[in-house]
Design a binder for this molecule. Structure first.
Ligand SMILES: [Zn+2]
Length: 167
């Protein structure tokens, strides 16, 4: 059972301006599973509690690391640099969120419950940050005769011949 980062009392964490940081192995973030080519690394996070000038409890979450994902154009692997910086406002479960706060783009309101799961929060933010179809800045789609995009009957034959030769 992997050890998860948990905040026993998020409101106290914010009120006292505490901070928590650590590394989370990518293997502990199952919702990223299909996106990653390599799950052997980890991401670093830091969570800092604060009270705003308006006396509202907030938390700033920063996540950094490198993810190995598949380029959707050339289908090669690429490194996606992760750089998340999110600010949350803590609300108690059931507490209504004022309309003007919903319109505020600067931060998201989250329901903070005792034993808040920081690993899940980190996972949520990474899922939001990773592009659906990552692409290298400059690369080319594989040529059709490379077999990756469109296989010609000839290419299939070529493959068969190679298989025969190997076995
Ligand atoms: Zn590419």
């Amino acid at each position: 059972m992997p050890q998860r980062s948990v905040l026993p009392d998020p409101f106290k964490f914010a009120a006292e301006g505490r901070s928590l940081s650590g590394a989370i192995p990518l293997a502990d973030l199952p919702r990223l599973g299909d996106v990653l080519l390599d799950k052997s690394g980890s991401v670093q996070f830091s969570l800092v509690g604060e009270v705003g000038l308006d006396r509202k409890p907030r938390m700033r979450l920063a996540i950094s690391g490198e993810l190995q994902v598949r380029c959707q154009r050339c289908l090669g692997s690429m490194i996606w640099p992760l750089d998340v910086d999110a600010l949350f406002e803590l609300v108690r479960p059931g507490q209504p969120i004022a309309d003007d706060e919903l319109e505020e783009d600067e931060f998201d309101a989250i329901e903070a419950t005792p034993d808040m799961d920081v690993t899940a929060l980190v996972e949520d933010e990474i899922v939001l940050a990773v592009p659906i179809a990552p692409r290298h800045e400059k690369c080319e789609a594989p040529r059709p005769d490379g077999g990756a995009v469109k296989e010609s009957p000839f290419a299939s034959l070529e493959k068969l011949r190679k298989t025969d030769g190997a076995e």
